[in-house]
Design a protein around this ligand. Structure first.
Ligand SMILES: [Zn+2]
Length: 401
């Protein structure tokens, strides 16, 4: 199994590389998943949706006679702007500000955390939406935000539906920008969007009763090879497909490569929520794989709305697998779309994945060298054992909530 896993990782992470939803490489990943799963004798379907393909070209920023290191926010509008700099460090200040024909620099309490995109369908706090609306109403020529995290360039707004060019500079630039207020900024972001499509890829094994969903997202952020996020989850899904194609069982299964976890509107997740997940009783339980097999530390599993009986069984099974431990719930990722519908879920990730966030995850640094493929093989064996254990219950009761 390990050799097969290495082959999948090399193909997805190295050969295909960055695979943001809407891009041609995303469609390559989609095709690879579908063909591999079909080759294992599973019935494969694709459910397509519309989205945008976003491509970034040249980006630069000049202020006070120097070129400042800058990053364009993912999915931003492009544009070339020459206008005076206006600084703003609080919401109160923003409410009273006349911005007009200026480039707005945001810092202080405004850049404490990234804002959820305008049309993000799941978790979306009201304060975020109010701030976005306020910024849009102020209509600056462009927005430059101070990074929301030290040491990396973490944008405030990453949203294809936000109508202004957005860029981010490092926290070390704060003083320089404040000193330059009123001075001319020259910001150029070459970005292009075009209508595109994407699809979820689903392989199924028929059976009786509610379906056990096994999920991993197939897309990445733009510009990252996405080894841990989520090449490893896909390699695990394919390793499961190769085994499940040969094994008979009563429990109906769907292996779903979801498309859009790292895209600003989660289109594949929304599609699933509107289709199969919208049918009452279709699913019984979901198991999601995201960010597994980081070479440091154990693989962690966490429970969401699962029965005590099910938790005890999983924990008992895990005792046979060194390097698999229970961890604190991680209420992000694709398991949450099932949880939001009242279903039980189990999520697998690397317990130390948070050491890599932000900075490595979603960056060009998320490479195969961070991955231990043996941990994927071990997690696959664990999940196959769990499926066999659930199978003995004759499908029907998938032991979720
Ligand atoms: Zn992920």
């Amino acid at each position: 199994m390990e050799r097969e896993i290495k082959r999948h990782l090399a193909h997805i992470v190295k050969e295909i590389g960055p695979r943001p939803t809407g891009s041609s490489s995303n469609r390559k990943a989609e095709k690879y998943l579908a063909e591999e799963m079909e080759s294992y004798g599973l019935e494969v379907e694709r459910e397509a949706f519309s989205c945008l393909d976003w491509q970034l070209g040249e980006v630069f920023l000049r202020l006070g006679g120097r070129e400042v290191p800058v990053r364009a926010a993912d999915y931003t509008r492009g544009g070339e702007v020459r206008a005076p700099l206006q600084c703003c460090g609080s919401r109160k200040e923003l409410e009273e500000l006349e911005v007009g024909d200026r480039v707005l620099f945001l810092y202080g309490e405004l850049t404490r955390e990234p804002l959820m995109p305008k049309n993000f369908p799941f978790w979306n706090p009201r304060e975020h939406q109010e701030l976005l609306a306020l910024l849009e109403a102020r209509a600056p020529r462009a927005i430059i935000s101070l990074s929301c995290s030290p040491g990396v360039l973490l944008p405030l707004i990453e949203d294809g539906d936000f109508p202004l060019p957005c860029a981010v500079v490092g926290q070390d630039q704060e003083r320089f920008f404040l000193e330059q207020e009123g001075q001319p900024v020259h910001l150029k972001i070459e970005a292009r969007t075009s209508p595109s499509r994407g699809a979820n890829v689903m392989a199924s094994r028929p059976g009786k009763g509610p379906v056990l969903a096994l999920t991993a997202h197939l897309d990445t952020r733009p510009g990252t090879p996405g080894a841990l996020d989520n090449g490893t989850g896909l390699a695990l899904l394919l390793a499961l497909a190769s085994q499940l194609g040969r094994r008979k069982g009563q429990l109906p299964l769907e292996l779903i490569a979801l498309n859009g976890e790292d895209y600003y509107t989660n289109p594949g997740q929304v599609l699933l929520a509107e289709t199969r997940l919208g049918e009452a009783g279709h699913y019984g339980l979901a198991v999601n794989f995201d960010g597994i097999a980081y070479r440091e530390g154990p693989t962690g599993f966490s429970f969401y709305q699962c029965s005590d009986n099910f938790q005890a069984r999983v924990q008992h099974l895990a005792e046979q697998y060194p390097g698999l431990v229970k961890m604190q719930p991680w209420p992000q990722g694709d398991h949450m779309i099932f949880v939001n519908r009242g279903l039980g879920a189990l999520a697998l990730t690397s317990r130390r994945i948070f050491d890599l966030q932000p900075g490595i995850i979603h960056s060009p640094g998320d490479v195969l060298e961070l991955v231990d493929p043996r941990k994927i093989a071990r997690a696959a064996s664990f999940i196959l054992d769990l499926i066999e254990d659930l199978d003995r219950e004759r499908g029907g009761k998938v032991a979720g909530a």
